[in-house]
Design a protein around this ligand. Sequence first.
Ligand SMILES: NC(=O)c1ccc[n+]([C@@H]2O[C@H](COP(=O)([O-])OP(=O)(O)OC[C@H]3O[C@@H](n4cnc5c(N)ncnc54)[C@H](O)[C@@H]3O)[C@@H](O)[C@H]2O)c1
Ligand SMILES: O=C(O)C[C@H](O)C(=O)O
Length: 330
Amino acid sequence: MVKAVVLGASGGIGQPLSLLLKACPLVDELALYDVVNTPGVAADLSHISSVAKISGYLPKDDGLKHALTGADVVVIPAGIPRKPGMTRDDLFKVNASIVRDLVKGIAEFSPKAFTLVISNPVNSTVPIAAEVLKAAGVFDPKRLFGVTTLDVVRAETFTQEFSGLKDASKATVPVIGGHSGETIVPLFSKVSPGFQIPADRYDALVNRVQFGGDEVVKAKDGAGSATLSMAFAGFRFAEAVIKATKGEKGIVEPTFVYLPGVAGGDEIVKATGVEFFSTPVELGPNGAEKAVNIIDGVTDQEKKLLEACISGLKGNIEKGVEFIKNPPPK
Ligand SMILES: NC(=O)c1ccc[n+]([C@@H]2O[C@H](COP(=O)([O-])OP(=O)(O)OC[C@H]3O[C@@H](n4cnc5c(N)ncnc54)[C@H](O)[C@@H]3O)[C@@H](O)[C@H]2O)c1
Ligand SMILES: O=C(O)C[C@H](O)C(=O)O
């Protein structure tokens, strides 16, 4: 039995993500939680003739408790999205406390659930989630993931003309680091099946992967950021976690994790100097079984990208940790 929960289920990501989870035969029960509209979204999805039993909750009547109780996988796309001219860090002021409060609920009602954080800025919201879980004494680093799959999906898509694959998702194009601008580091030297990016296209492709989110924010012109591609990516990662819990072997996806708590992570901390980092992670029945170090042997161009990534990431992580350890005055 798998119970999946979406926190922020009525939003631009939440609705299509809930649709994909409702349609997934691996999900037996799906609970939707949001501050608005969940009864309607749940009623709509409940007419779909798939396996998952669906329910919708609002904050009233202990909605968060009922949504989370018995959860195996909790996906969090709650919070405000960017408008043109904003950075992801500009979302911190609003989203930090939304994520904090939802993760407090997870700590209380479903401390063993796999928690997948989509809400931006991911580089800070995941450290916030970790600190909340630590403070509650229930932090298991193998069960907390920042969802960076959209960067991987973009990298697969934007390199398709070079991979030559009809189905771009069949390529492995590792993207590591964090999830904002220069903290996003595509490793084109580590693609498989091996293919070459022409030197005169390299900078533009790296830039497109790093700033793909801005492309969508600009095109939506004030109506938000990526929602449909994010729902696709969020579902891909959630499905990978669920399949791994059911015993499927060999599932490896890049995700933003607390490295010291994952096997193989210490080596990456030594190489990068940061404790939270997105790297390919082998998933298993207990979540993040192994953090794979693919930094060794990167090109000089990639080393430079990594330097910029790490200097940006440090501040983002610190900001999230401090938000819980030394909360700002109310
Ligand atoms: N990780 C990624 O790659 C990635 C990609 C795209 C978007 N995002 C982020 O995902 C978040 C959501 O984006 P969106 O486009 O779906 O936004 P949206 O505004 O369309 O939806 C957000 C939903 O969250 C709900 N919400 C707000 N406060 C809540 C709370 N306390 N509890 C429960 N629900 C609450 C809102 O009611 C709304 O339905 C944003 O922060 C965005 O930046 C991350
Ligand atoms: O760009 C954004 O703000 C949303 C998301 O992080 C993305 O990469 O599309």
